[in-house]
Design a protein around this ligand. Sequence first.
Ligand code: CMP
Length: 143
Amino acid sequence: MAVERTLAILKPDCVRKELIGEVLRRIQDAGFEVCALKMLRMSKQEAEGFYAVHEGKPFFDELTDFMSSGPCVPVVLEKENAIADFRELIGATNPEDAEEGTIRSDFADSIGENIVHGSDSVENGQNEAAYFFPEHEIVANRG
Ligand code: CMP
């Protein structure tokens, strides 16, 4: 199976609830390698750029307001089958639909404030990682 890259964002609700350590622990325990990480506060414009594919949807303004409401932690992760495995670890977008024991089921309050983002395809994993990190800041330790 191929090693894939996914971009996680520990969202402002994750930071506010002091869950950075807990969520990273679960991610690492699930076998993901942390290859880059930082904390930043996105401007409204940066959040709109990151979520440009959702522009025009009814929740776009709420989503970008929330994502720019406080600091977040983008994290580049690598693992075999990372895209699908990460989405399984975090659970469905709406925490009410998320499997028991997933990160969103355990910690998220709503579909908008759902603790963590994960890329939905290999191509988006590459592009989303590049939105926050130049390639030379993404460091793999395998081997
Ligand atoms: P995320 O994985 O970050 O990708 C897009 C985000 O939009 C998603 O998680 C949700 O937090 C948010 N989102 C999707 N649908 C809705 C909705 N109906 N209302 C509010 N936010 C939504």
